[in-house]
Design a protein around this ligand. Structure first.
Ligand SMILES: Cc1cc2nc3c(=O)[nH]c(=O)nc-3n(C[C@H](O)[C@H](O)[C@H](O)COP(=O)(O)O)c2cc1C
Length: 107
């Protein structure tokens, strides 16, 4: 069973949680964790001002998730930092269907 763990992380905290979850998934017989991240949309200049450059380097080896990968997984675990009392905007735009696009718009 393929368990896709897809997340966004700016400073590395959600990344660490995703790693811990992947470790747990891989302890289950027949389950395989696949880690993927939501693409960063901020420029290097903005990341530098945020103090997030070092953290971004620690998770750069994780491949960016595609919509097709969401559909092909047996289970999906999403991870997002709380941003202004909701999920990070880049997560919402990645995994939620656009308004008025119908139920099969994304995956
Ligand atoms: C712009 C911004 C907005 C945030 N808004 C909230 C919030 O509304 N509630 C909260 O509990 N934490 C909030 N946080 C804190 C983050 O959710 C928290 O630091 C999280 O662990 C960061 O995860 P990351 O290191 O994987 O990016 C906010 C952080 C940032 C940078």
């Amino acid at each position: 069973m393929k368990v896709l763990i897809v997340y966004y992380s700016a400073y590395g905290h959600v990344h660490k949680m995703a790693e811990a979850i992947a470790e747990g998934v891989n302890e289950v017989t027949g389950a395989e964790a696949v880690m993927r991240r939501v693409a960063e949309t901020l420029t290097d200049e903005v990341l530098e001002k945020m103090g997030a450059v070092d953290a971004q380097q620690t998770l750069a080896h994780v491949p960016v998730c595609t919509i097709d990968e969401l559909a092909s997984a047996d289970a999906v675990i999403f991870g997002t930092p709380t941003r202004l009392v909701t999920c990070a905007a880049r997560c919402a735009s990645f995994w939620m269907p656009p308004v008025n696009s119908g139920p099969k718009a994304r995956w």
